[in-house]
Design a protein around this ligand. Structure first.
Ligand SMILES: [Zn+2]
Length: 258
C-alpha cells in the first residue's frame, strides 16, 4: 500500500502527493489506514487518552457513510480492523463496536454538507481547547495560522456536548467552505480532501492556537501577505506533507495499523 511504500525510504519527494485509487477497495484501505494512523498520531501526544476526539474517513463507494474508530478502543492501538462504518442515520453498518454519538452528530452534517471533504478530525488538545475558550478565529500571527487564512469559522453555540444532528449542522454551517472551525469552549476541528491532510492541518491549527495563547499580542501580518504566504503553506498537499512527517516522526512502523 502507498503509505508503506513511501516509508521504505527515509525521505519523500517534495512533489509527492495524496495517493488516490480508482479501485474502490484500494482507496477504502488508504483512507482507513490514514484514519488509524491519525488516531495513533493523536495518541503519541496523549490526545484522546480520555476518549475525547475523533477522526472520520468518508467511504469512497458508499459516500454517505464514513469510518471511525469503534468506541472504547485506545487511540494508540487503532488498526483498520477497529474502524466501523456508520451511515447517514448513525447506524453502524459494518463492524461490531459502538461509536461515540458526539462523533456522529458533529461529523455527519459536515460530510453531508461538504462533498469535497474526505477526512475530518476533532480533538480536545492542550492549546486548541484553551484557545477555543476565547471563541475567536485564529489570528494570522504564525506560519501555521496562515493555512487557515480566509478558511476558518467559529461555532459560538453553547452546546459543548453535541447530542443532535441540528447542532452539528450549525457547526457545519460555521465551517462553511473553510478548513477549520473553532468550537467555542470546546476545541478545534479541521477537514481535508484526504484524511491525511485533515490530520496534518489539525497539527497546524494546534500550533497556531499555541502561538495565540502564548503571544496574545503577537503581530498580525497583513491580509495581502497572508494571501501570498497561503500559496506555499495552505494547499491540500501541504497538509498531506505534514501528515507524512508525522508518520515518520511519531509512528515507528506504519504497517502496524494493518
Ligand atoms: Zn469534542
Amino acid at each position: 500500500m502507498a503509505i508503506t511504500e513511501d516509508t521504505k525510504t527515509k525521505g519523500f519527494s517534495l512533489q509527492s502527493g495524496p495517493h488516490m485509487s480508482t479501485e474502490l477497495d484500494v482507496e477504502r484501505l488508504i483512507r482507513k489506514r490514514e484514519a488509524a494512523l491519525g488516531y495513533r498520531i493523536m495518541a503519541s501526544w496523549g490526545w484522546g487518552a480520555d476518549g475525547s476526539g475523533h477522526i472520520t474517513a468518508r467511504d469512497p463507494e458508499h459516500t454517505d457513510c464514513f469510518w471511525l474508530l469503534g468506541y472504547g478502543v485506545p487511540f494508540g492501538e487503532a488498526t483498520v480492523d477497529d474502524l466501523v462504518l456508520v451511515n447517514e442515520s448513525g447506524d453502524v453498518v459494518e463492524g461490531a463496536l459502538e461509536i461515540n454519538p458526539a462523533a456522529f452528530y458533529i461529523h455527519a452534517p459536515i460530510h453531508a454538507s461538504r462533498p469535497d471533504v474526505v477526512g475530518a478530525i476533532h480533538a480536545h488538545t492542550p492549546y486548541g481547547t484553551p484557545f477555543a475558550a476565547l471563541a475567536t478565529p485564529l489570528t494570522m500571527t504564525s506560519q501555521e495560522a496562515v493555512a487557515f487564512h480566509e478558511l476558518q469559522g467559529v461555532f459560538d453555540g453553547e452546546e459543548l456536548n453535541v447530542t443532535d444532528f441540528a447542532t452539528g449542522q450549525r457547526i457545519a454551517d460555521a465551517l462553511g467552505e473553510g478548513r477549520l472551525v473553532v468550537l467555542a469552549n470546546h476545541g478545534l476541528l479541521t477537514v481535508g480532501t484526504s484524511v491525511a491532510s485533515a490530520v496534518g492541518f489539525y497539527l497546524n491549527a494546534e500550533r497556531a492556537a499555541e502561538v495565540c495563547i502564548k503571544a496574545p499580542q503577537g503581530r498580525e501580518i497583513s491580509s495581502q501577505s497572508a494571501s501570498e504566504v497561503h500559496e506555499s503553506v495552505g494547499k491540500e498537499i501541504n497538509g498531506w506533507h505534514v501528515f507524512q512527517w508525522l508518520i515518520r516522526s511519531r509512528i515507528n512502523d506504519p504497517s502496524v495499523v494493518g
